[in-house]
Structures are given as C-alpha cells and as structure tokens.
Write a protein that binds this ligand. Structure first.
Ligand code: HAM
Length: 421
C-alpha cells in the first residue's frame, strides 16, 4: 500500500479561506443573475453511467476517449465522474418528463477530467453553467451569450472576448467534412500525424489542432460556413444581428469547433488575454442531445471558476472578505461561561450573527483581541457583576463606548437593521 499523503491528488485542490470568500462572492452574484434570467438550480449526481457521456458528448471526442475518470463500480457497472454538466442535466430533464420540458436550469459544481495539469487546467475544476431547453431560436442563443457577459461584467471582468461560430445543422456535417477534406488535400504532408488520422475519423478536429504547422494550414482554409446550408448561415447571421442589438460585441471565428459533439448551430467561447495557453473562460452553444428515443434541444454554457479567479487575480481585484459577526460575546469570569453560551444561541436564533470563544477559562484579553479581529461592530462583556445585576455590558467596538443594558434593551440595540423573530 502506498504511503499516506495529506496532499490532494494532482490537479485537484482544497478550497478554503481566504480564497473561498471570493468563490462564495462570485457564486452569490452569478446565481442571483441566473435567477433574474428565470433559471432555477439543478443538482445532478457527479457519477453517471459512462454510456451517457459516450453517447451525449461523442465517442470520438478527447473528453470521452482520453480524459474521463472511468471505472467499474463494485457492482461491475461502467461509470464515470462527470467531465461536464450538460449531459447529466439532459439525463435529468429526460427523467423528469414533461416537468422540465422548457426549463431554464443552472448548476454549479465540480467536473473531472484526467488531463495533464497545468496553469488553468485542473483535473477537478468547477463550472457555473446553464441550459435553456427549447427548439432552435436565434434569440435564445443571443440571450444566453448576453447572460454570460452580464455575469462576467458583474464579476468585474470587462475585457473578455466572445468568439462565435456555427456547427451548422446535423444534415450539413457530411458536406462540411467533405469540403474540409478537399481543402486540406493539397497540404496533407504539412499536417501532423494525428491530423492525418483525423482527416478520416473526425476532420473538424483538425481545425483546433495546436501544432504550428497545422495551424498555418488551417489558417488558409475557407470558413466552415462555406460548406453549410443556407439555413445554418441565416441562423448565424440572425444571432449576430441580435447580439449587435443587445450591444454585445462578438468576433466571428470560423475555426472554432468546440470539443464536444452535441453542438448544432451556434457555438462560442469567451476568452481572456490574462489566461495564457488555456484561455477559454467559458464555452457554450446550441445542442441536440439524443437520449434513447428522445431528442432534447437547448442552448447553454459553462464558465470555469478557476479561470475566472485567475483573471480576477491578474487584474489585482481585491480578495473578498469574510462576513464579520455583528456581535462578539466576551466572558469576563468563567462563572458566566454557560450563560454566555445560551446568550450566543439566543442571538443566533434571532438572526444576529454572533461570535464567542467556546474555550472555558480563555484569558479575557485574548477574547477581547479576538472580538476586535473578528470585525464585530459590538461586543457583549459579561462576568460576575453583570450576572448578579442581570445586565449585559454592551461595547461599541469603533469608539469603545460602553453601556449596561437589560436583555430587552440589548436585543433592541443589537437588532438595529436586523429583523428580530
Ligand atoms: P467546455 O468548453 O468543455 O464546455 O468547458 C467550459 C469551461 O470549463 C471552459 O471554458 C473552462 O473555463 C472550464 N474548463 C474546462 N476544462 C477545464 C479544466 N481541465 N480545468 C479548468 N477549467 C476547465 C462544457 O463543459 C460544456 N458543457 C458547456 C456547455 C453547456 N455547452 C452547452 N451547454
């Protein structure tokens, strides 16, 4: 058996204070905006049948072929940790039947891809994503892109670039593949070995090969839209027109294919210059999901939290602070310890955030220092004298003012701005 290590697995991280405050701040802002756009949260299992991802994302994709954490469980079932959120959400929509037919759903949580870890590429990473079910409609796609831009702006990210393309209709696929093969034919000897193989198996993948020679060849290709139907081109033009109407700046990128096979029509990525090689903050598109006899259609996106945080850090955005308790209880004499525990509980039940040191006999000065460090607006000091008098010494931390109060007045004072139960 290997020796114990307290470190998480490679490519995975513990998330804790102080960074977690920034995560929580972003989550609060992001989910509020998603709810303003009519989305409700969905939480699906992180473990699913492998077949869901193979069929949904595509057997030929890198995500399925090379990156999934796939294993046999104790019952011999072939299962995988979700590498992305859309497949699980579509399965849940199919399971719910009519209930979620035209739903707008959002999710937040860990995804798993066993890639080579590097800056901005983790094996456990976190996405905030949304899926709007419904038949193809350029206005829904434009709104979905506008929604992400809204979230990014609210997070303080203003210089991200939206790159837009189309995957066309499923009926266009053959023509696109044939058109690309013919265009690539004269440059065959300049393509890497992988791309020469891809030419037959999945020619679209040649478009996002990172090898410099392949990129040069791809740079000279006609845009994929040249091989698509009029319907696909008109759809893309409508999305572009609506984005202009909504004042969302986008760049057209005819090489953008995205690494998941479920897309039809609009696809996009939002990139940021502070990110380096892994520069996508967010990816999305319209899709068609085949689940057994059912086909589900929708449009959605997912934002990568780790990359959002990298961008904010590079921009020098101040880290978020923890919320301070409203009041901190300081036990002056050990005889007041039990009563003070009760006081803390009473205040918390009334919705007043309250700190207290639960170590009996903790020196008074240390407790006062802790009250100060906690950022509490008030401290309640209580020892033998207050116990005898049935009072509470309320200290205003900013100016040191102190006042002995009975319980009703104490509650009144602390509840300023707090609703009392
Ligand atoms: P994706 O482009 O594979 O799309 O991932 C979305 C975002 O997740 C990326 O832009 C990136 O920010 C983040 N991400 C992906 N892989 C990693 C990684 N290894 N480490 C850190 N961050 C990563 C999807 O997942 C689709 N489900 C999006 C979607 C929803 N399309 C339609 N609906």
């Amino acid at each position: 058996m290997s020796s114990f290590s307290s470190q998480p697995l490679q490519g995975m991280s513990d998330l804790r204070a102080p960074e977690i405050f920034q995560w929580q701040r972003l989550e609060r802002i992001g989910t509020r905006i998603l709810e303003d756009y009519g989305c409700s949260e969905i939480r699906t299992p992180v473990l699913e049948r492998t077949a869901l991802f193979v069929r949904g994302i595509g057997d030929g994709t890198d995500v399925v072929q090379k990156e999934m954490y796939r294993f046999e469980d104790r019952g011999g079932r072939d299962v995988a940790l979700r590498p992305e959120g859309t497949a699980g959400v579509m399965r849940a929509v199919a399971a719910a039947g009519q209930d979620l037919q035209d739903a707008r759903l959002y999710y937040l949580g860990p995804m798993f891809r066993c890639e080579r870890p590097q800056a901005g590429r983790k094996r456990q990473f976190h996405q905030l994503g949304a899926e709007a079910l419904g038949a193809p409609n350029p206005a829904a796609d434009a709104e979905c892109i506008a929604l992400q831009c809204h979230i990014l702006t609210a997070w303080g990210i203003h210089d991200a670039r939206v790159q837009l393309n189309t995957r066309g209709l499923p009926e266009d696929r053959e023509a696109v593949a044939a058109g690309l093969r013919t265009s690539l034919e004269p440059a065959l000897d300049r393509l890497c070995e992988d791309c020469r193989r891809r030419l037959e198996s999945n020619v679209l993948r040649v478009l996002d090969c990172k090898q410099p020679d392949c990129r040069a060849v791809v740079g000279d290709l006609p845009p994929v839209t040249d091989f698509m139907s009029e319907e696909a081109r008109t759809y893309l033009a409508e999305v572009q027109d609506l984005l202009a109407l909504l004042d969302i700046e986008v760049e057209s990128n005819p090489r953008l294919v995205r690494g998941l096979d479920y897309y039809v029509h609009t696809v996009w990525e939002i990139t940021h210059g502070a990110l380096g090689a892994q520069d996508a903050l967010c990816g999305g598109g319209r899709y068609r999901f085949e689940l057994g006899k059912r086909a589900l259609e929708g449009v959605g996106f997912a934002l990568g939290f780790e990359r959002v945080l990298m961008v904010l850090e590079a921009a020098g955005t101040a880290p978020a602070e923890p919320t301070a308790p409203h009041v901190y209880i300081v036990t002056q004499d050990p005889c007041a310890f039990r009563e003070n525990l009760v006081l803390a509980q009473t205040l918390r039940r009334k919705g007043i955030a309250c700190g207290i040191d639960v170590r009996k006999g903790r020196p008074f000065k240390k407790q006062l220092r802790a009250a100060d460090r906690s950022g509490a607006a008030w401290a309640v000091l209580r020892g033998q004298r207050e116990m005898d008098e049935g009072t509470f010494l309320l200290k205003h931390m900013a100016d040191g003012r102190q006042e002995a109060l009975a319980m009703p007045e104490l509650l009144d004072r602390l509840a300023g701005g707090h609703a009392l139960a």
